[in-house]
Structure formats: C-alpha cells, structure tokens
Design a protein around this ligand. Sequence first.
Ligand code: FAD
Ligand code: DHB
Length: 445
Amino acid sequence: MIGSAYRALPIVPHPTLSLPMIRKRTQVGIVGAGPAGLLLARLLHRHSIESVILENRSRDYIEQRVRAGVLEQGTVDLLIAAGVGERLQKEGLVHHGIELRFGGAGHRIDLTRLSGGKSITVYGQQEVVKDLIKARLAAGGELVFEVESVTLHDIESSAPRILFRSNGEEVELCCDAIAGCDGFHGVCRPSIPAAALSIFERAYPFAWLGILAQAPPTRDELIYAYHERGFALYSMRSPQVTRLYLQVTPEEDLAAWPDERIWQELHARLETDSAWSLREGPILERGVTGMRSFVVEPMQYGRLFLAGDAAHIVPPTGAKGMNLAIADVFVLSQALREFFGSGRADLLDAYSQTCLRRVWRAEHFSWWMTSMLHRFPEDAFQQKLQRSQLDYVVSSRAAATSLAENYVGLPLARRLQPAEEIDEATTQLRPLPSIKEVLWNSDIA
Ligand code: FAD
Ligand code: DHB
C-alpha cells in the first residue's frame, strides 16, 4: 500500500525497463521497517520531517519475528519520549539485576545499585515493532510493505533516489537523504562503493539455539550460565512465557534437537546448588542464530546514512543489537532535524563519527561477555581465564560496576571523562549527562 501524503510527480519512463514509472518525493527515504527504520520515521515525524518507509516483508511477518528482548534504560526513555511507550510501560518487565551462574552457584549483579539507579526492561523486539507500526499508521505516515527490487541511485549527490516495485508498479522515490535501516543482509550497505568502506569483523565458533516456551518464569531476573557443556541463558517475555538460549555449533541442525534434548540440556547447564528449578512447557518457537561481530566504517556515504544492523552486528550476549540500532537513529534524527531546520550539515557530517564511539564500546562489551561466558573448543587456557574473570566480576565492585554500566547502556551523548574527574573519595564516577537529560535538552518530548 502506498499512502497519499507524499507528493506524486509526473509519470516518466523507467530507465531500464521502459515501463511507465511513478515518481514520488519525500525528504527522507527509509529502507527497512525494523526498530531502526520505524523509530527514525517516528522521531522525524515529531520534528515535522516527512519520510517514506520501504519494507520488503509483510506487516504480519515483521510483527511476528522473534528476536531481542532487553531494552536499555535509554531505549526505554527514548521510546516513552517519542510517544510509543504506553504498552511498554504497562507490560514491560523492569529488572534491577542479572545473575551470573557458574560452578553451580549464582552471583547477582545489582545493576541498579551499581549504575546509579538505572534498570533494564524485558519487552520483546516484535512488541516494539508493533507499537511503532501502529503509531506510524495512526499518524498517517507512509509505510510500504512487500516492496521488491529496491535499488539506490545518485547517493553521492544531494538528490538521491530509490527505485522499487510495489503492487506491480515501478516507483522512483526522490529524496534529500536516505536512511539505510535494512539490516545486515539489506541492499543499502552494498550500494556504497566497496573502496569507500572499511570492514572490521570477527566470527565465533558457536551459535545460539533460542526457544520461547509456554512456561511461567520461575525467577524474575535473567541468568547467564557458564557451564562445561556450553553457555545457557534464562530469560522471559511475560509472566507466562520463558525465553531460553543454548550455545550450539554454528552449523547446528534443529532437527537434531527434539524437545526432550533441549530441556535436558537446559536443566544440565542451568544446574545450581540452590533450590531453584526450571519449569518446562510447550515450545512455541525455536531457531538458531549465528554469532558475529561486524562494523563498517564510515556509516555514511554522500546522502546515504546506515543505521542499526546495516552498519554493525554484535553477538547477542550483551543484549546490545536493538539498543544500538535505536541509539543510531536518535543521533540521525537530531542531525536531520538540524539539517532541514537550519541548513547546517555539521551534525550530519559527524553522524558516523558520533555513532561509532558508542558502537565500538558496545562491540567491546558484547565480545567480552561472549568470550567470558561461552565454551571455546578445547582451550583449557581460555577456560582458566574465564573462571578467573568470572570470579573477579562477582567479587570486585569495580569490575561489577563496569559490567552494570555497560549492560544498562551508556548515555547517548557520553563525553570522554578525564581521569582526574573520577572522585577518588568514593571511587564513583561523577554522574554524566543521562539520556533523559539529553532527550530533555534536545526537546524531543
Ligand atoms: P532489522 O531488525 O534487521 O530490520 C531491518 C528491516 O529491513 C527488516 O524488517 C528487513 O525485512 C528489512 N529489509 C531488508 N532488506 C530490505 C530491502 N532490500 N528492502 C526493504 N526492506 C528490507 N539482539 C539481541 O540483543 N538479542 C537477541 O536475542 C537477538 N536475537 C536475534 C535473532 C536474529 C535471528 C537476528 C537476525 C537478530 C537478533 N538480534 C538480537 C539482533 C537484533 O534483533 C538486531 O540488532 C535488531 O533487529 C536491529 O534492528 P534494525 O532495525 O537495524 O534491523
Ligand atoms: C535476551 C536476549 C539476549 O541476547 C540477552 O543477552 C538477554 C536476553 C532475550 O531475548 O530475552
């Protein structure tokens, strides 16, 4: 469906197919309706900037796609400030700690106490997507599902264009800027000349088998378990649904994992010397996700700006993927607001640089959590290091504080803090501007 609010230009011949082509115009063309694309459109709308979102899947498909579930404090603040936090505030599960479990014993990391009062919220990514789609359509915004053959043109110019097919029609969308929010396998990143990009990546010798189970959680915080059989993660989605993950091999065949084997393995890896036990239930959904670290630099080329998974991937252990996508589009929305409002391009020019500082922090944290908690094949030295690191994190306030600060999420506009600003009397960092302050100062609400 293509709505009517964006401007239709005259019909012209298609350059290669010589079919009639519909020409349209908008300020920002957004490719991809994941959390990045949808939230960007919402933020731009709040600043009276027109956009069109193009998504190659159906609405039903993207609303049912089970993915991440942990929202950082800043993500929650931003969604609320953007006017899409009502259901999140009602149904999201606020957590103040996580457990690291190893050697059969649990060790709680008190996120809230160690981070100066912040928390995380468990709320499925597809719920965020549903809320954003609903708000987009209610505001009369353009969101075109099931588009095909999306290609980008003239991205280095001030008049970039997107060609696509929708409902059997060829469409040319003329834009002032394009946001590439089309995930890791999208078309935007490959539209940039390879010579203009540097790629940094790391593969891991394992993947995650994730399940959703119709079983009430028997514990109200997440458990990250290090075990000789491999990593396991205990999470949840609601008071009735548990979300669980197991470390498996990257080429794992789901057919080799009947329900009994999944439960057996979860029981073994989540074993503990306390009275706690895992509750089983019907498995509603299952899938295997590969793990990688990936960053492309820069995240922009001409008038094309990459955001979220289109520009970077983290292994899921730090729960950072969706949160990074959301932080990117906050920065991009502010830069586009400045650009369309005053004609100043300096924030847009600095977009990649601004995002990459935060991206690399999350890349490091995700790599660190992954390396500490997963079983690497036949590496006894690594195992000794992992146990040493785990013992340190749960017994040193400084190490636990570092984990907590990264896990709840760093502020969007964090400045580098000179060492002399660390208050020696309390060994506490002086408070930096919180995302709430950044949001407040940027007048988004
Ligand atoms: P996406 O959510 O990928 O959205 C991109 C959108 O673009 C999609 O809707 C896609 O259909 C669309 N698209 C692609 N190509 C085109 C095209 N050519 N034209 C138009 N539209 C296009 N993170 C965690 O923290 N924890 C997890 O447990 C976790 N699990 C994950 C499981 C899977 C299977 C995957 C793939 C990711 C997972 N992640 C997880 C990561 C997290 O979900 C992502 O970081 C997050 O989705 C990024 O949002 P995004 O909007 O950048 O990209
Ligand atoms: C979930 C996913 C993660 O990657 C993580 O680190 C914690 C929780 C989840 O899906 O609930």
